[in-house]
Design a protein around this ligand. Structure first.
Ligand code: ACO
Length: 323
């Protein structure tokens, strides 16, 4: 049975760190409010001359190095972003050229905060079908460019960053003990378009616009949808909650992470949390958290991982991976 195996992860965070106290000098908020409502202490912000592709390239190079694979071997690059460098072409093609990947296909996917899970499902499906052998999946964002820095309800929640992972085709018995992507499930419900959106765009305003959010509405959908889809992905993979070594959730909010873990029956000590340091980096948050867990030695080869995310659309998804 052919499946894709995750063989390397990489991360990149811009140097500039913006703490809650510094934010409190610009808008009417406080470290205490932000920490108790979200768990966020700080976020990274890209320099003026740093683009989403720059962050993506740095994370991609780190992932390729961790995998011990040269860019020339890649035949698929799927980049998840809702903050592309330009309206077109896909930011993925710029990253493709800069990495020195000369063959295969590179394209972007747009599923906002669920983008990395979407990239995982697309790449895994293409590897399983034989359309690709070695794939790079990337989540990269510069949300600092689409935040309304006068809106305290949203600007405190997000940060910039990028994360990447390399998937390689492998053939095996297909058991849950074998390394590989065991299952991915995705869903969307466009009736909630207005719950989280950007009030600009090429076709509507010819401006890039700013992020707008009904926080409570998003919160309400997040926990129920995430627990349900992660449960479906675990059922599809044939694994139970007590077999999961690590929950690697999208890092939107500590309260959403804790409540989802509780509903799934995965304890807090088996959950990777980076929202305190990174804030919400949208499509980059899962690979950033994955890299953090691998780099500090908590996540090790053979571990069973559950990833899950929800974002604008609403779009949500989850995957089960044996490392
Ligand atoms: N600092 C101080 N006060 C604030 C701030 C702030 N940064 N933001 C809002 N407030 C005030 C409001 O003005 C309001 O004041 P009022 O009572 O005088 O009117 C009060 O705090 C409560 O505001 P709410 O919006 O009701 O606060 P809530 O408890 O719902 O928390 C939050 C807001 C943290 C955004 C919460 O709704 C949430 O976590 N939602 C999920 C949204 C999310 O994580 N989105 C990320 C993108 S989607 C995703 O990735 C899953």
């Amino acid at each position: 049975m052919r499946r894709s195996r995750l063989v390397g992860c990489g991360a990149y965070l811009p140097d500039r760190v913006l703490g809650n106290d510094e934010l409190s000098t610009r808008i009417d908020t406080s470290d205490e409010w932000i920490r108790t409502r979200t768990g966020i202490r700080q976020r990274h912000v890209a320099a003026d001359d740093q683009l989403t592709s720059d962050l993506a390239c740095a994370a991609s190079r780190a992932a390729l190095e961790a995998a011990g694979i040269g860019a020339g071997k890649l035949d698929l690059l799927v980049l998840a972003t809702s903050t592309p460098d330009n309206t077109f072409p896909a930011t993925a093609t710029k990253v493709q050229a800069r990495l020195g990947m000369t063959g295969g296909i590179a394209f972007d996917v747009q599923a906002v905060c669920a983008g990395f899970v979407c990239a995982l499902q697309v790449a895994d499906s293409m590897v399983r079908s034989g359309a690709a052998d070695t794939a790079l999946i990337v989540g990269a964002e510069t949300y600092s460019r689409i935040l309304d820095w006068d809106d305290r309800q949203t600007c405190v929640l997000f940060g910039d960053g990028a994360g990447a992972a390399v998937l390689r085709a492998e053939t095996g018995a297909g058991s849950t003990e074998d390394s590989g992507v065991l299952s991915v499930r995705m869903r969307s419900d466009g009736r909630h378009y207005q719950a989280l959106y950007v009030d600009g765009g090429v076709s509507s305003t010819q401006t890039s616009g700013h992020l707008r959010m009904q926080g409570r509405e998003v919160f309400r959908h997040a926990v129920a949808n995430l627990a349900e889809i992660a449960g479906e992905a675990m059922d599809a993979a044939g694994v139970a909650a007590d077999e999961v070594d690590w929950l690697v959730p999208h890092q939107a909010n500590r309260r959403i992470i804790d409540a989802t873990g509780k509903k799934l029956g995965i304890p807090a000590e088996k959950t990777i949390v980076t929202v305190d340091r990174h804030a919400n980096t949208s499509s980059a948050s899962i690979p950033l958290a994955l890299s953090a867990g691998i780099d500090d030695g908590r996540i090790t080869p053979g571990d069973l991982l559950v990833v899950e995310a929800i974002g604008g659309g609403l779009v949500w998804g989850a995957g089960v991976i044996r490392l």
